[in-house]
Design a protein around this ligand. Structure first.
Ligand SMILES: [Zn+2]
Length: 482
């Protein structure tokens, strides 16, 4: 299925813009145009050095070589640094960031490759050209009706390309622009995902417009509108996979309180012991074999070793299946009472973060042997086979979920192993449960984002329309800090 790209034009409410904002808008786009023009001139001047021709006769510009002419470097090793360049852009435009230069460079290269040439007689373009801004650099915000402090309910915040300096480090402010968004626009926005936006100035009317580039998803992507088939109350089960306790789960229901019924631990106590025993045996045999190899003695240890490995693998598999069937049981009992969605944290970055200095060698080893994606895939398939729809079992990235308070979302400390304590609101909670709760909250948060018209499953990369999850909107109280 191919995605279609659509453009949606929205006018910026010029009459509400302050003079400062207008000036800022003009400066950003005007300056970018000057940089692009400069780049094109440099490319043309050095075309013998940095341009090549393809077989079809098209011109290609070598971006790295262009950088060597224009940008100094500071982030690489001392001996590899470029301290002087023939055309130092950083000196010419001191308030422009490195990324900004690279974006301008790419536009200039594109223009040049498409045949745009600067003429020696023509003065540089003063008119503001189109400004393409990719999705990372802006945010679209919709203010709810209740807030009566403003007439404009739709704002787009564009990351200012001018560096602002604070405490000797540059950062980017956001430039907030009010939008004239009609109901038609809002309907169109819901049909797709915003990929990028373009700022355009129309000279005839002297007005600024925002052109949203929408990736429209095929109509088969949306579920039919016969919702409310299930009369059960919605609930989200967050699951945090751990090391010592294989998993902990928290069920967020329309009720505002957590009781013992909504908390679940899945233990496999024997597993740790069995696992340890196998490990010990294996390493002993391996050492013995290696010693025998060194001294040139004949032995049959490898045969035993192979046997043991196979047995270990089978035992591991059996335990995995046992674990999954236990999780399945809980989920099925919950599913009888609730319209259930299961969200599992995918601990991709855990290895990098926790595998560092603080932890013991033993803990690190356990960490690397815990096969997350296998367990997750098995669980997913088990659920789907038992009649769950695929969008009801989702994975989200786990980063930061166990280090923030489940109540107020601030950073927590760990006074004792297994407990987290929040210094700002004084809440103390089990660390794995905090993780599970935050995973569920992260999923809910993604639903409430104004841009979030789709939810992506982290494990499979599959996207689901947020219309699947409309029932979950009744759980919004879990997002507020209590
Ligand atoms: Zn707190």
């Amino acid at each position: 299925m191919e995605d279609v790209v659509k453009t949606l034009k929205v006018r910026i409410k010029k009459e509400v813009l302050t003079t400062r904002k207008k000036e800022r808008l003009r400066r950003i786009s005007g300056r970018d145009t000057r940089i692009i023009e400069k780049y094109v001139r440099i490319i043309h001047h050095n075309r013998r050095k940095i341009c090549t021709k393809t077989k079809k006769g098209k011109i290609r510009v070598h971006r790295g070589k262009l950088d060597e002419l224009t940008l100094t470097t500071s982030k690489v090793k001392e001996e590899e640094r470029r301290k002087t360049v023939p055309h130092d852009f950083k000196k010419m435009f001191p308030y422009c960031s490195h990324n900004e230069f690279q974006e301008c460079r790419d536009i200039a290269v594109q223009l040049y490759e498409q045949g745009y040439r600067p003429r020696s007689t023509r003065p540089p373009i003063k008119r503001a050209r189109r400004q393409l801004i990719n999705a990372k650099r802006f945010i679209l915000v919709h203010l709810p009706k209740e807030k009566k402090n403003t007439l404009t309910r739709w704002w787009v915040g564009i990351r200012d390309s001018l560096d602002t300096w604070r405490r000797n480090t540059p950062y980017h402010q956001k430039l907030w622009l009010p939008l004239e968004m009609s109901t038609f626009h809002q309907k169109e926005l819901k049909k797709g995902r915003i990929k990028s936006l373009e700022l355009r100035y129309k000279r005839s009317t002297r007005e600024w417009w925002v052109y949203f580039q929408l990736k429209v998803l095929p109509s088969s992507f949306y579920p039919p509108e016969e919702k409310s088939s299930s009369s059960l109350p919605p609930a989200v089960l967050g699951i945090d996979l751990g090391i010592n306790i294989p998993a902990a789960g928290v069920l967020l229901t329309p009720k505002k309180k957590l009781t013992n019924k909504e908390i679940k631990f899945w233990h496999t106590k024997q597993w740790n012991r069995v696992n340890h025993r196998y490990k010990l045996k294996l390493s002993r045999l391996q050492r013995k074999a290696a010693l025998n190899d060194q001294s040139g003695k004949k032995h049959h240890i490898y045969r035993f070793l192979g046997l043991l490995r196979r047995r270990y693998r089978n035992v591991k598999r059996a335990y995995n299946h046992q674990f999954i069937s236990e999780v399945m049981q809980t989920i099925e009992t919950y599913a009888q009472v609730y319209d259930l969605f299961v969200v599992v944290g995918y601990p991709k970055h855990v290895r990098e973060e926790k595998g560092k200095d603080k932890s013991t060698h033993n803990f690190r080893r356990k960490l690397h042997q815990w096969n997350f994606s296998l367990v997750l895939t098995l669980l997913r398939w088990a659920l789907i086979l038992s009649g769950f729809e695929p969008h009801r079992i989702l994975t989200v990235e786990e980063r930061g979920t166990s280090s923030h308070c489940a109540r107020c979302g601030r950073k927590v400390i760990r006074p004792v192993r297994g407990l987290v304590h929040c210094p700002s609101c004084g809440y103390t909670f089990h660390s794995d449960l905090t993780g599970a709760m935050n995973i569920a909250r992260k999923f809910l948060g993604a639903l409430f984002r104004p841009r979030g018209t789709t939810i992506t499953d982290y494990l499979t990369g599959q996207r689901y329309s947020s219309t699947h999850f409309t029932v979950c909107l009744g759980l919004s109280h879990w997002l507020q800090s209590q």
